[in-house]
Design a protein around this ligand. Structure first.
Ligand code: NAD
Length: 351
């Protein structure tokens, strides 16, 4: 039997269609009296519905969340919460809104309820990325973990087909890296395998029929498992590359993950732990398997397509090797140049 360390945090997770209507009950369980609902401007209507469900406990809606959690937005939000006398938050949205809830919790220690509406998985992690003066930094802190997560499939139905595919591929990348992570353990491996299989089954249906409740529920369950993997296990090359590319060229988060997945997975294809994924794609190989899967979903096919400049390839390779980090396979700058060039062109990975 292998030895391992299994980390866990106290959270309450409700996975149930329609459970957003029980948000007041969850707020009561946490002892909250005045709760601010957070969202992006685009999801203000969904936030207003949650505010109504909270009834007299609602402190209103703050629809100010933005990508990459800018600290000035957070600081203004903390002021608004303080003026409203709020003692808790509900974040309804994707990683950007949940990021704002986490950033507020870091500064105030107030409990959060998260209602995820994408597959990014931030609600299950102690990770917070924040941007100050255009520079993004990431921390891990147990204070940012939501006290309660409500997985209500109905909140994901409005996520457009393309965004669902990209977000689902973003989720799969967490589980793939979880499988070979340095601190993987028997439980996380089971979760990661089930996560990838569930999402590989569900996402093509979601892409074709975004209102298919059963497929949406499977995708959401897979994404929950992927979020657990991201929270429990250290990530490697794939996440580092996406961080570098997103930061250096302001590329969209989920799309960057969707494009990079086949290339990073192929680079690490022989890693111990990836056997279930090798079986999943058979002779095609892991990289080509994910490349074809991404095309089936209609995901963007190259870094060029999502806005990376060609003259950024050299810089990206420099940044990818600038600070050492763990990966199951060692690499140097020339490996990164080849990988990033292939992802820039959208070439089919060869195994
Ligand atoms: P997002 O939260 O930025 O959402 C993108 C857009 O889609 C927004 O306009 C949002 O309002 C909209 N949207 C979301 N769900 C919707 C729905 N159901 N219907 C209609 N519109 C919807 O996207 P994301 O990919 O979930 O999050 C990306 C951000 O989250 C990045 O900043 C990333 O760094 C962060 N993130 C953090 C972690 C972590 O553990 N800290 C994990 C994953 C992602």
């Amino acid at each position: 039997m292998e030895t391992f360390v299994y980390k866990t945090h106290a959270m309450r997770i409700r996975f149930q269609r329609g459970c957003r209507s029980r948000v007041a009950e969850e707020a009561d369980l946490l002892g909250l009296e005045k709760v601010m609902v957070l969202s992006t401007p685009e999801q203000e209507n969904q936030a207003a519905e949650i505010s109504d469900a909270l009834g007299y406990r609602s402190a209103g809606v703050l629809a100010v969340a933005r990508m990459h959690t800018p600290t000035d937005v957070t600081e203004r939000a903390v002021d608004s919460l303080s003026r409203a006398g709020a003692d808790g938050t509900v974040s309804i949205g994707g990683g950007s809104t949940i990021g704002l809830g986490k950033a507020i919790a870091l500064r105030t220690n107030i409990p959060q309820i998260a209602i995820p509406t994408t597959y990014a998985g931030s609600e299950m992690t102690s990770i917070l990325g924040q941007t100050k003066d255009g520079v993004k930094s990431t921390l891990r802190d147990a204070r940012v973990i939501p006290a309660c997560v409500l997985y209500d499939v109905e909140c994901t139905l409005t996520l457009p087909s393309a965004a669902s595919s990209n977000s689902g591929l973003n989720a799969i990348a967490h589980a793939v890296e979880g499988l070979y992570s340095q601190d993987r353990n028997p439980i996380s491996k089971l979760q990661c395998i089930d996560a990838v299989r569930t999402l590989v089954d569900a996402l093509p249906v979601v892409a074709r029929k975004p209102d298919d409740i059963e497929a949406r529920q499977k995708a959401q369950y897979g994404a929950f498992l992927c979020g657990l993997a991201l929270g429990q296990s250290g990530m490697a090359l794939h996440h580092k590359l996406c961080h570098v590319l997103g930061g250096a060229f302001d590329l969209p988060h989920a799309e960057t993950h969707a494009v990079v997945l086949p290339y990073a997975a192929e680079f690490n294809a022989d890693a111990e732990g990836l056997e279930p994924i090798r079986q999943l794609f058979g002779d095609a190989g892991i990289g080509a398997g994910f490349w074809e899967f991404a095309r089936l979903l209609g995901a963007p096919s190259s870094l060029a397509e999502i806005g990376m400049p060609e003259d950024g390839i050299e810089r990206a390779a420099d940044l990818a090797v600038a600070s050492p980090y763990w990966n199951p396979r060692s690499f140097d700058r020339s490996d990164m140049l080849i990988l990033i060039r292939a992802a820039f062109d959208g070439a089919r990975p060869a195994n």
